[in-house]
Write a protein that binds this ligand. Structure first.
Ligand code: COA
Length: 193
């Protein structure tokens, strides 16, 4: 059965040279390139070595039903993608059934790593999620122990360690770290209970 099209939106966020603009059905070449970029894929958990266009479309269109998906532009050039998605993992939902939990996923081309673009994008997603979207908590899921750059980018944006989870046997990394930032509206952090 054909999947529904991408659920798009009209939110654009900007800070300095970094702009997050809506992902659209015109962006599949970019997305396919990023998903199949070995330097990005090295940090992904996927079992796929190469995605087809149809696979990427099906996955991202599915995610977009429950997410704001963005292309990250730096000085007007598309350099990566990110999204703010409703939490979809039971290990979080079980512990916080009454809480509006979201997650951020992000990837940027290697040539643009280490310039603060990731931190800026994460900060904008957090502000959007808390101030305009009613989120109570925003997570980064399964940040692999061999990806300190990602962990640092989230921590610079205010995230803290929530839990450490063992990766399945045979996975590239041994553990993954779940990180979280709580909305100021949310009184007390359940993570500290
Ligand atoms: C993770 C990612 C989005 C971060 O974006 P970025 O623009 O490179 O991040 P920033 O430049 O904002 O911040 C990176 C920080 O990590 C630091 N860092 C880099 N390598 C590091 C290392 N080995 N150990 C510790 N810190 C490291 C940088 O110095 C920088 O911190 P600083 O500003 O205090 O110096 C990007 O690197 C990426 O797309 N990686 C591949 C895909 C990926 O890992 N996605 C996340 C999956 S959880």
């Amino acid at each position: 059965m054909a999947s529904a099209g991408l659920r798009t939106h009209e939110v654009t966020l900007g800070s300095g040279h970094v702009v997050l603009r809506p992902l659209t059905e015109d962006d599949w070449d970019l997305v396919l390139g990023w998903w199949n970029d070995p330097e990005i894929a090295a940090y992904a958990d996927s079992n796929e070595s190469q995605y087809s266009l149809a696979q990427v479309q099906e996955i991202v269109r599915g995610i977009s039903r429950h997410a704001y998906c963005f292309v990250i532009e730096f000085r007007g050039r598309p350099v990566g993608e990110c999204w703010l998605q409703e939490m979809n993992l039971d290990r979080i939902l079980r512990r916080h059934p009454e809480v509006d939990c979201r997650r951020i996923d992000i990837e940027i081309e290697k040539a643009y790593w280490g310039r603060g673009i990731g931190t800026t994008a994460i900060r904008m997603l957090v502000e959007f999620g808390f101030e305009r979207n009613g989120a109570d908590a925003i997570f980064a899921m399964d940040v692999a122990d061999d990806n300190p750059r990602s962990r640092r980018a989230f921590e610079k944006a205010g995230f803290e360690l929530y839990d450490t989870v063992s990766k399945p046997a045979g996975a590239r990394a041994i553990v993954g770290h779940d990180l979280v930032i709580w909305s100021k509206r949310h009184v007390g952090s359940p993570a500290a209970e």
